[in-house]
Design a protein around this ligand. Sequence first.
Ligand code: HH2
Length: 282
Amino acid sequence: MPDATTEERALVMGILNVTPDSFSDGGSWFETEQAIARGLEMIAEGADIVDVGGESTRPGAVVVPVGEELRRVVPVIEALSPRVRVSIDTTKEAVAEAAVAAGATLINDVSASLWPVAARRGVGWVAMHRAGMPATMQDDPHYDDVVAEVRELLAERAARAAAAGVEEVWIDPGIGFGKTVDHNLELLAGLDALVATGHPVVVGTSRKAFLGRLAAGPDGVPAPVNDRLPGSLATATWALQQGAGMVRVHDVAATVQAALLVGRPSDGPGVTGAMLDTEVGS
Ligand code: HH2
């Protein structure tokens, strides 16, 4: 009887921001040792990939010089990559190169422009859609048809990457990157259009601002970042149900548990004796 292994579920990418200013975990894992410890914890929680980033992409975030970004991410990648697959969350070619040399095998690229590095180094690539640059991207985003426009750009970049020889290309709608709350909801509702491109889809909703705004209290104040797990899990589960192959999350253990259940057949392979136990809470 197979047990609950990653073969039976979509992938969970754990977020590890080695930054002082990321919107959710900024400052928590800024020291190398803390970051490595958090990475090991995520591995224990079931993360399939640990996504290491050294520069926040939140609106208004400070641009980090290459040398400082390398100082933040390289030792963490070196420590974690023998134990788990590591992706590098960067938009800088030099950082992507150094991260791959340090052991990363996936370039998570919110600028959707670094496929030449992935081609050259023989690693995977995530192409994320964003409209505008972080400083201004939330000012007044506009699309005629957000799903069609995002799909078109991602399909075009993915085709270029494939033509350049990148064998593993993921596409990501870039929830919150130059999108209103409604745009984010439309993209989630229309995720099947991205899945239909045939490229594996990754989705990142974890703790994002739109979840806080949708869960605002009666006073209109958005739910704080650390109170967004229900919305994060609901949207991750939705994305997986629509066919996403991976979700990018802060709360790894909870998401792994959700991912194990999405699409699990009631009598198919992977149903263990414990799952058939009818005793409540056993
Ligand atoms: N979101 C963030 C950063 N990188 N990469 C992908 N592929 N998809 C995403 O949705 C995505 C991403 C923003 O979240 P976070 O890393 O938690 O915050 P910050 O950018 O402030 O470090």
